[in-house]
Structures are given as C-alpha cells and as structure tokens.
Design a protein around this ligand. Structure first.
Ligand code: HEC
Length: 165
C-alpha cells in the first residue's frame, strides 16, 4: 500500500468509527426515551385516577349532551337494574382490562375470583357498595359512582361473578 492509500484508508476508517459512535449515541438516546416512556406508562397505570377509570364508556355515545354532568344519568338511563349495563358503563374500566390483571381481579378470571366468591355474595355486595381495600388495591365504593343504587351495584357484582365462575 502506498502512503496515499494508507491515508485514504485511515480517513475512511475514522469516518466509519465516527459514524458507529454517533449511532451508539443515537441508540442510547432512543433506548433511554423508550425506557422512560415505559416507566411513565407504569406510573400512569398505578395512578390512573378513579375519575378517569370510572368514566362511563357510554359517554362518547351521547353526542351533543353536556359531558360533565351526565355521567350518572347515563348509568340511570341505560342501566336501570341491569347488571351487564352497569358493568359495561363503569366496572369494565377496571374489571375488564386484561392488562390490569395483576392489579385488579378481572371479570372472567375464575382463579382471581375463586376465593372472593368463597367469601359469599353478601361480602362481595357489601365490599362493592362500601368500597374495599385488599391485597391487590382499592375497590372504590360503588365503583366510584355514588349515584348507583345498591341494587345496581349488586346486579353488576352478580354479572361479574357469573362471568368468573
Ligand atoms: C377504579 C377501579 C375499579 C372500578 C371502577 C371497580 N372496581 Fe371492583 N375492584 C377493584 C380492585 C382493585 C379490586 C380488588 C381489591 C382487592 O382485593 O385488593 C376490586 C374488587 C372488587 C370486588 C371483590 C371484592 C372482594 O370482597 O373481594 C367486587 C365484587 C367488585 N370489585 C365489584 C365491582 C363492581 C360491581 C364495579 C362497578 C360498579 C367495580 N367493582 C368497579 C377496582 C375497581
């Protein structure tokens, strides 16, 4: 190799090294962002406000109505005494999200419900109505909607239990 060729080789080689170094920095930044993002998501999962989670799903369907004030009306309108509607309007936000299975007993998960069901329906009703903090976390009173009647909450409990046997 002539000296001239050596120079060219070293110049190209340095460029490649610089490029690799730049890529490493870029990957580091991306990895950092991704991890931070993951952490935030976890923090979010753990601190999702009850309000957020208890927003009735049906809300979006009622176009043209005032959003804030009618949460309870919706439950009253659509649920009357139907456990499935109460569940779908509220409880599903916590008990119907498979990704939360480690934090909240999911409807349909027989393993998660076995010992709970074993406590007897009366305990489940009263814990759902009055709220309950157990090993997994906090079950808000009436799922967070104080305007649900006892019967509506009980019907929703029945619905969850039926799915989870
Ligand atoms: C904000 C989330 C959230 C909402 C909304 C919610 N739950 Fe729960 N629920 C929980 C958590 C968390 C637990 C588990 C508490 C524990 O055992 O640590 C639980 C537990 C329960 C239990 C078992 C109680 C026991 O004694 O083991 C019942 C029954 C129940 N929920 C019914 C309902 C019904 C009915 C609704 C809707 C009206 C509802 N939940 C809405 C979070 C929620």
């Amino acid at each position: 190799m002539s000296q001239e060729q050596d120079k060219i080789f070293f110049r190209n080689f340095s460029l490649i090294l610089a490029f690799i170094a730049a890529m490493m920095v870029a990957f580091y930044i991306i990895a950092d962002m991704v991890t931070k993002h993951g952490e935030n998501a976890d923090a979010l999962n753990n601190s999702i406000s009850v309000n957020e989670l208890t927003k009735p799903v049906g809300k979006a369907a009622l176009a043209g109505r005032e959003e804030e004030n009618n949460q309870n009306e919706i439950v009253a309108d659509t649920a009357s005494n139907n456990g499935e509607s109460v569940y779908n309007g509220l409880c599903v936000n916590c008990h119907g999200i498979a990704a939360l299975a480690s934090m909240i007993p999911q409807a349909g998960d027989a393993t998660a419900w076995k010992t709970r069901i074993g406590k007897g329906m009366d305990s489940l009703y009263s814990n759902a109505i009055n709220g309950y903090t157990g090993e997994m976390g906090m079950m808000p009173a009436r799922g967070g909607n104080p305007n649900l009647t006892d019967d509506e909450v009980k019907a929703a409990v029945d619905y969850i239990v039926n799915l989870s046997q």
